[in-house]
Design a protein around this ligand. Structure first.
Ligand code: NDP
Length: 362
């Protein structure tokens, strides 16, 4: 029997109020079951929304972790190692020591160990795994995939053409900068201004080091002279800004759309400001801007093979040192770590202006 601990919730609500650390044991795996030991699981904004009950994909509430009332394990992304497996799992080509990531949302990754079936996971085959750290494998399947598909699947940018994005320092934003750079696209990157100017400058240069051509604050984006500045960056407007990636919404998103060339594409994938997206009708009628939404979970469910190939491609970039690790706030989860400590860390991630994504490391 394997002893396991998990951050779980029985009701939707504010994470610090509803989360608790639950201990249980896992019976030895037989048939199509495997026992996983988690290595790294991030705290993504969607995980928080899921606990709050406002995320469209719901976790599984179950009594199988030995509770009287159904509970769900929080967390959607992560990488785990197979530590034991049943015969049928072996027949499908899995072995002890293999690394797997989650096939889709809802599995529950904020836990030390879990029981899973082959249908729950995607194996990192030996080639994908080579030279890859647990942090890289544990954060590759959502943010970089989202950036990758949004840059490729809504329009075909030519080398030297521009995209613009807000939330540029997010996991998705940082991936978009690096992928765009590799593929020869130029980027205008919008961040939220910092009260502390030196922190703001530091963030700007950090993103430039990743390959950002221009980094501005949302205030700069909404300032009077922005059209002229944009012309300057784009060689008098001769280089087109043909794609926008929207993580934030609100006024700053509308301002971003105004910089697009005619007949461009605007893709919304996040809702960080919790503000609606307001679009002047003229943008649709006269400027022919195409507005889209993107959800990587839906895309991956429809295109499981492409998902694996996209992940493999990003991992290859990691190996070639063409892709940098996202900054993370590592949260060591040892067997003795108290529930309060873990939950306090989850609470921290509710605040913005962070230097890195929270990541449980086991
Ligand atoms: P990270 O945790 O890496 O970064 C969060 C980002 O949000 C930071 O840029 C942060 O900026 C910004 N932010 C936080 N609070 C606010 C606020 N009140 N107003 C404006 N910006 C804010 O995030 P991820 O990259 O993991 O996710 C970013 C967004 O993308 C989320 O909304 C997430 O749900 C969504 N997403 C969507 C996917 C999809 O398939 N549609 C897939 C992956 C993510 P600052 O440093 O200034 O606080």
């Amino acid at each position: 029997y394997e002893q396991a601990k998990a951050l779980t919730f029985a009701d939707y609500g504010n994470p610090p109020a509803v989360l608790s650390l639950h201990s249980h044991s896992i019976s030895p795996p037989h048939s199509n079951l495997m026992t996983l030991r988690f290595l790294a699981s991030p705290i993504n904004p969607a995980d928080i929304n899921q606990i709050q009950g406002v995320y469209p994909s719901k976790p599984t509430f179950t009594t199988s972790l030995s509770t009287a009332n159904p509970i769900a394990v929080a967390g959607n992304e992560g990488v785990a190692e197979i530590i034991a497996l049943g015969d049928k799992v072996k027949q499908e080509g899995f072995k002890k020591g293999d690394w797997v990531f989650m096939k889709g949302p809802g599995f529950g990754t904020w836990r030390t160990h879990a029981q899973a079936t082959t249908g729950d996971v995607v194996k990192l085959d030996d080639q994908m795994r080579e030279g890859i750290s647990a942090i890289q494998a544990g954060t590759v399947s959502i943010n970089p995939c989202t950036a990758y598909r949004m840059l490729r699947d809504f329009t075909t940018l030519k080398e030297g053409e521009w995209f613009i994005q807000n939330g540029a320092n997010s996991g998705v934003g940082r991936a978009a900068i690096q992928l765009g750079k590799k593929w020869g696209y130029k980027s205008i990157n919008v961040i939220r201004g910092r009260d502390d100017k030196s922190a703001e400058d530091k963030l700007k240069s950090e993103l430039k080091e990743l390959g950002a051509d221009v980094v501005i604050t949302d205030t700069e984006l909404q300032s009077q002279g922005i059209k002229d500045m944009s012309k300057e960056w784009t060689n008098g407007g001769r280089e087109k800004i043909r794609l926008a990636l929207n993580c934030v919404n609100g006024k700053a998103a509308t301002a971003m759309a105004k910089l697009l060339s005619s007949s461009s594409h605007f893709v919304t994938y996040g809702a960080m400001s919790k503000q609606p997206l307001t679009i002047p009708a003229s943008m649709l009628i006269f400027k022919d801007i195409h507005f889209h939404g993107f959800w990587v979970s839906r895309w991956a469910e429809k295109n499981p093979e492409d998902k694996k190939a996209t992940v493999a491609d990003v991992l290859e970039m990691y190996r070639k040192k063409e892709f940098k690790d996202i900054p993370v706030d590592e949260i060591k989860w040892e067997w003795e770590t108290k529930g309060e400590e873990l939950i306090a860390k989850v609470k921290d991630t509710l605040e913005g202006y962070r230097e890195g994504k929270g990541l449980f490391v086991f």
